[in-house]
Structures are given as C-alpha cells and as structure tokens.
Design a protein around this ligand. Structure first.
Ligand SMILES: Cc1ncc(COP(=O)(O)OP(=O)(O)O)c(N)n1
Ligand SMILES: Cc1nc(C(=O)O)sc1CCOP(=O)(O)O
Ligand SMILES: [Mg+2]
Length: 495
C-alpha cells in the first residue's frame, strides 16, 4: 500500500520540531554558517564537527549526518564519520558537489559511495548524472546547460534517479526547475521554488543540511522526509521571494527571508502550496534486462500455481518476464496477467504480455510481445503509446530492421535451436542471427530450444541474452535453473 506523501507532511515536520534531532554537518567553508542556520530554523540542532580525530565519536551519537563535497579537504573525515554513522544506524545524506568536475572529486565520490551507505543523495542534474551513468558535465558547481531539467525531459531524469536509487539503496533528490525525488519504487516531480534561490550561494547546500534534519527526525520514513524537506525548501523560497519583492529588496534580503521562512512555514501552508506529481514509470527494455528472459508456461506447473513458480524464477534473478497463454479465456488471462504484473513490479523486472494488446494495456504490464503474424496491418506502437515496451519477433534482417523502424524496443530472434515448445517455429542459422544483430541497434534476445548446455554456442553472435520456456519452467527447480542460466549467460556475454 503506497503512503500518501502529502498527508505525511504534518508528522514529518512535527518530528523534526519536537524531537530536535542533532545533525552533524561536515560541509564546506563557503556555506557552513548557512547550513547551521537552516538546521536550526527547521527545529533541529547542528554540530559542525569535522576533524578526522573526532568525527566518528560525534557521528555515533547524532541523529543525522550530512556530508558535502563542496570543498574536498574533509573526505577522509567523511569516510570515517560515514562508517561510524552506518554502524550506529544514523541516516547519512550526501551532497556530491561537482562530483564529475575533477579527478579528485570523481575519486572522492567513488570512495564515499563504495564505503558508506547513504539514506539520501541530493545533487543537481549533472552531479546525479555523473553518479548514475558516469557522464554529466558541470558549470562550476552548477548543472551544465545541456543537463537542465525541462517539461520535455523530466521523466528521463525520473528513470535515471530511480536507477541510481536501486543501485545505491538511497533516496535520490535532484534539484532543478523541476525537482525529482526517487526511491527504488516511487518517483516524484516537485514544481516549487523560485529563480532567486539560484542567485544566492549555498541554496543546494542548505537543502542538503535540511535533509539531514528531516532524516534525523524521521529515520524510518526517509522518502516522505525527503519529499517534505524538498517541498519545504521550495515553498519557503516562493514565500521568501514574495516578501523580498514587497520590500523592493534584493538577493541578500531574500536569503534572510528564506531561512526565516523555513522556521515559519506551517504544515497546512506547505500541503496547500506543494505541487507534487507522482510519476508512473514502467520498466524499460534494456540490453541488461535481456540476459535471462523467462516466458511462462502453465503446462509444466505440476500442481503448483503460476504465481509461485514465477516468483521463484524472479527471486532467482530472471531479468525479464513474458506471460504467454494460448489456451486461457480472456477473463482468466487478465487475472493471471494482473497478478504477474504486480509480482514483476516487486522485483523491478520488465513484464510483457504475449500477443494480446488489450490485456497488456488492462493488466498494468510494461508492454507487449508480438510476432510477425500478430502485426499484419497493425501499428502496435500507435496502439500502446510511446512509453510501453514493444517486443517484436523477427528472423530475417529485413523483418528485424522493419521492426526497429516501427518502434520496437527489442527483438526476439529464433528459433536458434530445435524446440518442441513451439511447433511452428522456423529455424535460423548462426549467420542469420549474426546478420540480424549487426543490422539493428536495439537489444536482441535469442529464443528457441536454448538451455544451459547449448548457450555457449551463441557466444560472439551479438545477442544480449536468451529467452527460454522449458529450460526454466520444465525443470523441477525453476529457481535453480534460472540461476544456472544467468551464470552461463554472463559467461557467454564475456562478463
Ligand atoms: C522474446 C520472444 N521472442 C519470440 C517470441 C515468439 O513470438 P511469436 O512469433 O508471436 O510466437 P508466439 O509466442 O505468439 O507463439 C516470443 N513469444 N517471445
Ligand atoms: C515462443 C517461441 N518462439 C520461438 C521463435 O522462434 O520465435 S521459439 C519459442 C519457444 C521457446 O521455448 P523453449 O525455450 O522451450 O524452446
Ligand atoms: Mg505471437
């Protein structure tokens, strides 16, 4: 059951103001005073201890720890404090200031991420992009122009933040004209704030410090605490701007109003002014997700439920799931598909429905898989919209290229070996498989008669993974079979 984030705001704020958590901020000398003041304004209590000899002692008795990479002399202290905070169960917030800009910062950021478990990582788009995909330029400590969040690209930043949240286990907060906040399962866009916030120094550092206060007061509700803190900063910025303009004053007055407002904004005002959108982001078909692509088959259930067997397969590490039902009536198919859609969500695995576009759209699947005979005279991409996954079967270069042109996200190519599972599957030579992989840029998954003993024959073909039915579902222990296949595929792919 998803929590209502806005409804949690009064409790999040009260927990900071009533518990008065102590927040240790190892931050940069440019904004240290602003950070201490914003922690106080939130109702928490700051300590700016940063000497390497004492940080561990302090970190183990505070309620929140903030690390800010603005100036880099304290990285060693951050490592020591981070480890102590992790041991004591104290939430740790990272601000990876300009992390991609220099070798010192890249290495420092890497070290911190490898050694400390963060509750929240907050940065601008360029910083988060660097941590997520290893690229992302900077303009001083600001995001580069090409990394700016807009109404056209904010969903892509949502996907990126969610990926980083999954990789690190932290809640990710991206600051921009639209703020993005993501956990492994949920992604939000926040449209609050004011342009004047970027005309004073340290508004990002202050937000990170504020996150330390909110995480310190709400250690069991990090996502809610993060959304609330980011919103409090944005809404307070808006009100501060109104007060500044009413005085005909400038940016330094604005800074004072901003800190004031953090202490003045009440939960009701915050709830009313927050412009929060929850993004419903499906899973994407990536090359990585093709590794072990499992297709269900109820013929092999032997008295077990499809749900239980599929859960075993997903828990064992299957990277993609397709429900394939040739005999079921529509109503039962839909019920089963809805159930597996939920299951796949739990494991963050892309889920598609074979053949039936209506059921794919109705059950909450990430998309549909269709063969050549299923798409005659149909524009499936138009039917499912731009965001859903479209998988298309192809076993010639011509049909593969056409599939890619008509909007396929990946191609299923087979049958690469003899199969008893699909009687009408047409066999494919190794040369044809190679030529198809060379001809398209989207992921390619091989299918047909693949098992743990013949996978290595596909090495060097250019495929991104294998799609199997019987090599998993006909086995006595489908989970174990999945693990074996995953290991073999990684070997075959040369990992
Ligand atoms: C991943 C994947 N590749 C190929 C197929 C076969 O699709 P199709 O040719 O439509 O045959 P049926 O599965 O509908 O019998 C597939 N299902 N999945
Ligand atoms: C569903 C399907 N499509 C194929 C194709 O060649 O397009 S072969 C196939 C059957 C795959 O089952 P198994 O892993 O048990 O051989
Ligand atoms: Mg089909």
């Amino acid at each position: 059951m998803k929590t209502d984030i806005l409804a949690s705001f009064p409790a999040m704020m009260a927990n900071v103001r009533e518990k008065e958590p102590i927040v240790q901020a190892i931050t940069n000398f440019v904004t240290v005073n602003d950070c201490a003041n914003i922690i106080l304004a939130a109702g928490a209590s700051p300590t700016m201890a940063h000497e390497v000899e004492e940080v561990a002692e302090v970190a183990s008795v505070v309620q929140g720890l903030v690390m800010n990479m603005g100036t880099m002399e304290d990285v060693e202290a951050m490592l020591v404090a981070g480890k102590a905070a992790n041991e004591a169960g104290v939430p740790v917030v990272l601000d990876p200031v300009a992390v991609g800009a220099t070798r010192l910062r890249r290495e420092g950021g890497k070290k911190l991420l490898e050694n400390v478990k963060f509750s929240v990582i907050r940065g601008n788009t360029s910083e988060i992009k660097h941590l997520a995909v290893g690229t992302g330029s900077t303009r001083g400590v600001d995001a580069a122009e090409e990394d700016k969040i807009t109404e056209d690209n904010y969903k892509a930043f949502g996907y990126m933040a969610r990926e980083l949240a999954r990789k690190t286990g932290a809640v990710i907060a991206i600051s921009g004209v639209i703020d993005i906040i993501a956990s492994a399962d949920r992604v939000f866009a926040l449209r609050n704030g004011d342009a004047m916030m970027s005309r004073i120094t340290g508004s990002g550092c202050m937000l990170t410090a504020l996150l330390g206060a909110f995480c310190g007061g709400n250690p069991d509700h990090i996502l809610e605490a993060t959304v609330c803190a980011v919103s409090l900063m944005g809404v307070s910025g808006e009100i501060a701007r109104e007060k500044t303009d009413a005085q005909g004053a400038g940016t330094l007055t604005f800074r004072t109003h901003l800190v004031d407002q953090i202490s003045l904004t009440d939960a009701e005002t915050l709830q009313k002014r927050t412009r929060l959108e929850e993004l419903e982001l499906g899973e994407k078909a990536t090359k990585e997700s093709m590794k072990v692509y499992a297709i269900t088959d109820r013929a092999w259930l032997n008295g077990r439920t499809l749900h239980d067997v599929t859960e075993e397969v997903l828990a064992a590490g299957a990277t993609f799931l397709q429900i394939r039902e040739k005999e079921l009536d529509e109503a039962t198919f839909l019920e089963e598909a809805k159930d597996l859609a939920q299951l796949a969500k739990k494991y963050h695995v892309p889920f598609v429905v074979n053949d039936n576009i209506d059921i794919a759209l109705a059950c909450g699947a990430d998309g549909v898989h269709v063969g050549q005979s299923d798409i005659v005279d149909k524009d499936v991409r138009a039917m499912i919209g731009p965001d859903k996954i479209l998988g298309i079967s192809a076993n010639t270069v011509e049909t593969a290229v056409k599939a890619q042109e008509s909007g396929a996200d990946y191609i299923g190519v087979g049958a690469v070996f003899h199969t008893d599972t699909k009687k009408d599957a047409q066999s494919l030579t190794n040369e044809e498989l190679l030529a198809i992989c060379k001809a398209v840029t989207i992921p390619v998954v091989a299918i047909g008669g693949i098992n743990e003993n013949n996978i290595m024959q596909l090495k060097g073909s250019g495929i991104d993974g294998v799609s199997v039915i019987s090599a998993i579902f006909a086995k006595e222990h489908p989970g174990e079979a999945t693990k074996v296949l995953l290991k073999k595929v990684e070997e075959m792919l040369g990992e």
